[in-house]
Design a protein around this ligand. Structure first.
Ligand SMILES: [Zn+2]
Length: 186
């Protein structure tokens, strides 16, 4: 028998009974990608859903996955960043602080597990500090730069319903337009 949990369901159309094995990565234009995440999962909820999110992230060869990407408007994401931070990490109710006083924002090509076939050069601050709770409910804080800080920012953006094409540079506008012409209607 699979574990079942009843969510608090403050807002949003997510199901009241969640079976983690039923969760899958949603693709654009799924509405959950455009819903700001408002639910802060309890330790119990997070502990049931996080392993499935980690499994989906690895199956898709991704380095981060946010709860809205599995259809849940929860303030939670997971990461596994080869070389930089090769640990399955869970961030519950994260807060992020960007290092805006150092070097200027750097470009780097990003993709997203929910936006097939789209890669865009995104400018982001090099460094960030993140605080969150883990699956025991304990608070932790991490500082990082480069890819680590970038992944945190990308995943945090999902909680705010912000996607990489929202951050595209003007030069990539035609690419985004072409991509959306195909994917908006799917
Ligand atoms: Zn993404």
């Amino acid at each position: 028998m699979l574990p079942q949990i009843r969510s608090v369901r403050p807002v949003g159309p997510y199901t009241e009974i969640i079976e983690p094995s039923d969760l899958n990565i949603v693709s654009w234009p799924d509405l959950s990608l455009r819903m700001r995440a408002t639910h802060v999962p309890s330790v119990e909820e997070a502990s049931l859903v996080a392993p499935r999110m980690i499994e989906l992230m690895h199956d898709a060869a991704g380095i981060g996955l946010a709860a809205p990407q599995v259809g849940l408007p929860w303030r939670m994401f997971v990461t596994f960043i080869p070389d930089a931070d090769p640990v399955d990490r869970v961030f519950v109710d994260p807060a992020i602080e960007l290092d805006l006083c150092g070097s200027p924002p750097q470009p780097y090509e990003e993709g997203c597990l929910s936006l097939p076939d789209l890669r865009l050069e995104i400018l982001r601050p090099m460094g960030a500090r993140i605080s969150a709770r883990d699956l025991h409910g304990d608070s932790f804080e991490l500082s990082g730069s480069g890819l680590m800080a970038r992944v945190w920012q990308h995943e945090f953006d999902h909680l705010e319903a912000r996607l990489i094409f929202d951050l595209a540079q003007p030069v990539d506008a035609p690419t985004v337009k072409r991509w959306r012409k195909v994917y908006d209607i799917q």
